[in-house]
Design a protein around this ligand. Structure first.
Ligand code: F6P
Length: 571
C-alpha cells in the first residue's frame, strides 16, 4: 500500500459544502474574493487552485478519490493496456470526443498522438469528435452539446468498418448529453470499449432528464460502472476540486483531461513500440512530471502577473490581446482565446490566437476554414496582413514558442510587431535535462494563458466573486447554472429566478404562454442573441424593476461587476 502524506481536508470536500452541486459546479473557497484581488493575488489564487490537481487527499472522511489515488492510477494502468492492445490490432481505432474545451483537448491529443505514430511509421489510428464540428475548435458552439442523438450518429459514422474501437468520452462535469448519447451507443454495440473521463463521482453525474431521450447522464454512467469490473467499460473520474471560476471547466477540467489522457495514451504507445512496462509507478512518475511543470510555471508568478496586468489594461482600454504561437503552443493559444467568448461574454475579437502555417499546422479533419469569417483566420499571415496594420499601444501581443522553433522566424515577426507597439511579450520554453518536454511545455502554456485571460477578464470586471456573472446562456447546462447564480445572489426562489431570466432573455415584461411552454433549447437559442442576460435578471430581482429599467440601470455602468456590486447593495 502506498503511503501518502496527510493533508487537511478541503472545505469543498465537506458534505455540507454546497451540497446540491457536483464538485465541478461548486465555488472554490480559495478564489472567493478573486474579483477584488490585485494581479499578484489573482495569480497566486490560480496557482493554489491548480495545485489541488495534485493533492493526495486520502481522507477516510472524504467521499472523493483524488488523481493520485491508487484506484485512479490502477484504472489508468488498465486503460493504457487497452491502448497498447488496440495499437497492435488491425482495423482498430481510438476516438476521443467532447464538447467545448473537452472536444478541443480531444482534438489536440488525437493529432499529437497521430504525429507520434507517424514518426514511428505506424498507422495513424486516433481521431476526435467535437460537438459542433471543427468550427467549435475555434468558436463557441454550445447548442450541439445538448443532443445525445447527434453525438451517437456522428460516432456511428466515425467507426464505420472498424472491428474494435476504444471510445473515450470526455465530460468534465459528467453532464454533456452529446457524450452521454455516444457512451450509451457504445454500451449497446460490441465493437466498442467505452471510457468516460470526468471530474465528479458518479453519484454527482447530471440527473436532469434529456429531451427526447429515455436516459440521463447519471444513468449512463451507472450502466458503465456495472461493466467496469469486467473491464468492458472504464470510468476515470478523480475529483480535482472546484474550478477557480465556478463551473469554468476549461481550467482544471481541461488540464486534468490533458494530463490523464496523455499519460495513458503515451504509456500504451511506449508499451506497444518501445517495450516499456505499464505500471502504477510509471503512471505516478508521469503525473509528478506535470506537478513539477506546475511548480515551475508558477515559480514565474511575477512575470505571469505582469502579463495579466498588461492584458487587463488592453481589455479595459478596448484594445485586444493577441497570442501568436508556433506549433502546438499556437493551438493552445487559439483554444484559450476561443473560450473567452462563452465564459466571460467577451467579444470574439477581444482575445485572438494565431498559429504559424494556420490550418496546415492544425491538421484538423475539416481542413482550411478560413473562408468562414474573421474568427477563422488564424494564420500568422492573417495576423501580419489584417492585425499588424491596426496594432496600437492598447493591444498586447504575446508570442508562444520553444527553443525547437525557427528562432529566425520569431525574430523577424517580432521586429515587425515592435515597429507598431512596444507591448510585445513572449512565453518561451527551453530544455530542462534530456526528457521530452513537449507535454510540459503545452500544459505550462495552458496554465499561463488561462491565468492571463481569466485574470484580464477579472480586471475588466467580468467576474463577480468567483462567478462568471456575464456568461452566455447557450445550452441547458448554462441555463441551469444561470438560474443557480441568480439564486446565489438574491434571496429569490428558483421559480422567481427562472422567470426573471426568461424575461431578460426574451426582453419582455410579461411571459407569454408560448414562452412558458417553450423548451430550454428555444430559450438558449434566443439567449445567444442577447447581451448581459444574467446581470439584467439580477437587477430585476434585486430592485424589483422591469426589464427596461434594469437594462437602463445597467447602462449606467460600463463594468458589469461594478453594476452588480452596487445594485446588490440596494435594499
Ligand atoms: O457548455 C459550455 C461548456 O461549459 C464549456 O465551457 C465546456 O468546455 C464544455 O461545456 C464541456 O463541458 P463538459 O466537459 O463538462 O462536458
Amino acid at each position: 500500500m502506498l503511503e501518502a502524506p496527510k493533508t487537511e481536508m478541503r472545505q469543498w470536500e465537506l458534505s455540507s459544502f454546497e451540497p446540491s452541486l457536483p464538485v465541478t459546479e461548486k465555488s472554490n473557497p480559495i478564489t472567493r474574493d478573486i474579483d477584488r484581488a490585485n494581479t499578484e493575488q489573482i495569480v497566486h489564487m490560480l496557482e493554489e487552485c491548480d495545485k489541488e490537481l495534485f493533492e493526495e487527499g486520502w481522507h477516510t472522511d472524504s467521499v472523493y478519490k483524488r488523481l493520485k489515488n491508487p484506484s485512479v492510477i490502477q484504472t489508468m494502468v488498465d486503460l493504457a493496456k487497452n491502448v497498447e492492445s488496440i495499437l497492435k490490432e488491425p482495423n482498430s481505432l481510438i476516438i476521443m470526443s467532447g464538447c467545448g474545451t473537452s472536444g478541443r483537448i480531444a482534438f489536440l491529443l488525437a493529432t499529437s498522438f497521430n504525429s507520434m505514430l507517424k514518426d514511428l511509421q505506424q498507422k495513424e489510428i486516433c481521431s476526435y469528435i467535437i460537438a459542433g464540428g471543427d468550427m467549435a475548435l475555434l468558436t463557441s458552439q454550445e447548442a450541439p452539446e445538448d443532443s445525445p442523438i447527434l453525438g451517437a450518429d456522428i460516432l456511428d459514422k466515425a467507426r464505420e468498418g472498424k472491428k474494435h474501437v476504444l471510445f473515450i468520452g470526455i465530460s468534465c462535469g459528467l453532464s454533456a448529453p452529446f457524450v452521454a448519447g455516444q457512451l450509451d451507443f457504445c454500451l449497446n454495440c460490441d465493437v466498442f470499449t467505452p471510457v468516460l473521463i470526468g471530474f465528479n463521482p458518479v453519484h454527482m453525474a447530471r440527473a436532469e432528464p434529456i429531451r427526447d431521450w429515455p436516459l440521463n447522464f447519471k444513468r449512463v454512467a451507472e450502466k458503465m460502472m456495472e461493466k467496469q469490473d469486467s473491464q468492458k467499460a472504464f470510468i476515470l473520474n478523480p475529483a480535482v476540486g472546484p474550478e477557480a471560476i465556478s463551473g469554468s471547466s476549461r481550467m482544471k477540467g481541461g488540464s486534468a483531461t490533458k494530463m490523464l489522457l496523455e499519460t495513458v495514451l503515451w504509456a500504451g504507445l511506449n508499451a506497444a513500440y518501445n517495450r516499456r512496462e505499464i505500471t502504477p509507478a510509471a503512471m505516478l512518475a508521469q503525473i509528478k512530471m506535470y506537478e513539477r511543470a506546475h511548480e515551475f510555471t508558477y515559480s514565474q508568478r511575477e512575470k505571469i502577473a505582469v502579463l495579466v496586468e498588461k492584458a487587463g489594461l488592453s481589455l479595459k482600454g478596448k484594445g485586444h490581446v493577441y497570442y501568436v504561437g508556433w506549433k502546438t503552443l499556437g493551438i493552445i493559444g487559439i483554444i484559450d482565446a476561443s473560450e473567452c467568448v462563452p465564459t466571460f461574454g467577451a467579444g470574439s475579437e477581444d482575445i485572438r490566437g494565431f498559429i504559424y502555417n494556420g490550418f496546415q499546422e492544425m491538421k484538423n479533419e475539416e481542413g482550411d476554414l478560413s473562408s468562414m469569417g474573421s474568427q477563422f483566420r488564424i494564420d500568422h499571415r492573417d495576423f501580419v496582413n489584417v492585425i499588424l496594420p491596426t496594432l496600437s499601444k492598447h493591444d498586447t501581443v504575446i508570442f508562444l514558442f520553444t527553443v525547437n522553433d525557427d528562432l529566425n522566424e520569431v525574430k523577424e515577426l517580432a521586429s515587425q510587431v515592435k515597429g507598431k507597439t512596444s507591448n510585445l511579450h513572449a512565453l518561451t520554453h527551453d530544455c530542462v535535462g534530456n526528457s521530452v518536454p513537449n507535454q510540459q511545455w503545452e500544459i505550462s502554456t495552458k496554465w499561463s494563458l488561462n491565468a492571463i485571460s481569466t485574470g484580464a477578464h477579472i480586471l475588466k470586471g467580468k467576474v463577480y466573486r468567483n462567478y462568471m456573472i456575464d456568461l452566455k446562456v447557450t445550452n441547458s447546462k448554462l441555463y441551469r447554472r444561470a438560474i443557480h447564480i441568480l439564486q446565489c445572489f438574491t434571496s429569490c426562489s428558483m421559480v422567481q429566478c427562472e422567470t426573471a431570466l426568461l424575461k431578460a432573455v426574451y426582453d419582455v415584461e410579461e411571459l407569454t404562454t408560448e414562452i412558458i411552454s417553450a423548451d430550454v433549447s428555444k430559450h438558449t437559442e434566443v439567449a445567444n442573441t442577447r447581451d448581459r442576460v444574467i446581470p439584467t435578471a439580477l437587477v430585476m430581482l434585486q430592485c424589483g424593476c422591469s426589464v427596461k429599467e434594469a437594462r437602463s440601470r445597467l447602462n449606467n455602468y460600463s463594468v458589469v461587476r461594478d453594476a452588480v456590486d452596487s445594485l446588490l447593495s440596494v435594499k
